[in-house]
Design a protein around this ligand. Structure first.
Ligand code: PMP
Length: 378
């Protein structure tokens, strides 16, 4: 049976990327590695639309989030976290663990933040050093308006830190044009590479904070990464995940070949198709306003057990994701992120059309898939 991995990370890895990782090991202090790292950095600059420094770490995305906190801040610093779901809350947990004074804007799950709230909060609360936001809130399937938030934050001394772990390569993110000082992402989503790498871009304004920050850090000390990157042949301070870096280089090449604008447009169309299908099946989207392009979150219909739905989909070869934390059993999430085209989406939506009636939710066979096809053409 054909298998469809439709989870919001890890996402399917293209054969080209798998093949690129199948190489003899090289030494990470060699010229050859320096060239490889240089190419990966340039490829990431293209996807992030930035000229800022880019650092790559061996870790999952959460490591990158922690790296941002410990490198920008000192104990008792005040920050603002915009929390629209599980991943906004992750920033809160990390920052509180390090003794940071955290102010939050908490938005009802399923909604994006209203940028006017950010403006109000920054106007009222003095001394905020950094604002943390999430590009695509993977737990709810919502995208925040980073452009508008960037415009607001740029009027204040604070730096803007954006978690684009899932959003990068799926949603527009103009790092420099929108004034995003720090972007965090990871390899296993829109970047079509196996899990294991996180990455960060850092603006000159953010580097100033890195110099002043007093929180303890060792592995995550960005100053070391910058120092090694600046050597005649660029390096990482510690042994990098060389095979994954080979994979990432190939994935970045693929994004360049397709063209970033086209990659983003493909995600937009896949999302439109998926939403059209869900609506045609009479299902309710969890995020009505600003739904994400990388995944679609859908309410589990009444009378259907959300966990059974996932198990049934699995029998048809489709791995989708359930709801996290308070959304467990209440929503299901179908990702269309990274190396996905319309045939994957149609294939998995067909499985959904077959699964729902088995669980007592009757649907007219073919309506959803037809709507998805129409949605793709628009
Ligand atoms: N932020 C967002 C928006 C995410 O989607 C994820 C992963 N689902 C993370 C952070 C955490 O990344 P990781 O699981 O790689 O640590």
């Amino acid at each position: 049976m054909k298998k469809y991995l439709m989870t919001p990370g890890p996402t399917p890895v293209p054969p080209r990327v798998l093949q690129a990782m199948h190489r003899p090991m090289i030494h990470h202090r060699s010229q050859e590695y320096g060239k490889l790292l240089g190419e990966v950095t340039e490829g990431l600059r293209y996807v992030l639309q930035t000229r800022n420094d880019i650092l790559v770490f061996s870790s999952s995305g959460t490591g990158g989030m922690e790296a941002a906190v410990v490198n920008l801040l000192s104990p008792k610093d005040r920050i603002l976290i915009i929390s629209t779901g599980v991943f906004g809350e992750r920033f809160v947990k990390i920052a509180e663990r390090f003794g940071i004074d955290v102010e939050t804007i908490r938005v009802e799950w399923g909604q994006a933040v209203d940028p006017a709230l950010v403006s109000k909060k920054l106007g009222k609360s003095r001394g905020i050093k950094a604002v943390f936001a999430t590009l695509m809130e993977t737990s709810t399937g919502v995208t925040n308006d980073i452009q508008a938030i960037g415009e607001i934050v740029s009027k204040y001394p604070a730096v803007l830190v954006v978690d684009a772990v899932s959003g990068l390569g799926c949603e527009e993110l103009r790092t420099d044009a929108w004034g995003v000082d720090v972007v965090i992402s990871a390899s296993q989503k829109g970047l079509m590479t196996p899990p294991g790498l996180s990455l960060m871009s850092i603006s000159p304004k953010a580097w100033k904070l890195v110099q002043e920050a007093k929180l303890p850090r060792f592995y995550w000390d960005l100053r070391r990464y910058r120092e090694f990157l600046g050597r005649p042949s660029p390096q990482n301070p510690y042994t990098p995940a060389v095979s994954l870096i080979y994979g990432l280089r190939e994935a970045l090449k693929m994004i360049r070949e397709e063209g970033l604008a086209k990659v983003l447009r493909r995600h937009e169309r896949l999302a439109a198709s998926t939403r059209a299908c869900m609506k045609a099946l009479g299902l309710e989207l969890f995020a009505e306003a600003r739904p994400a392009n990388g995944l679609t979150a859908v309410k589990v219909p009444q009378g259907v057990d959300g966990l059974d739905l996932l198990k049934t989909l699995q029998r048809y070869g489709v791995t989708a994701a359930g709801g996290q934390e308070r959304l467990r059993g209440k929503i299901f999430r179908v990702a269309h992120m990274g190396y996905i085209d319309i045939s994957h989406v149609i294939g998995s939506l067909k499985a959904l059309e077959r699964s729902l009636p088995e669980l007592g939710y009757s649907v007219e066979s073919g309506v959803g898939v037809r709507a998805a096809r129409m949605g793709w053409k628009e």
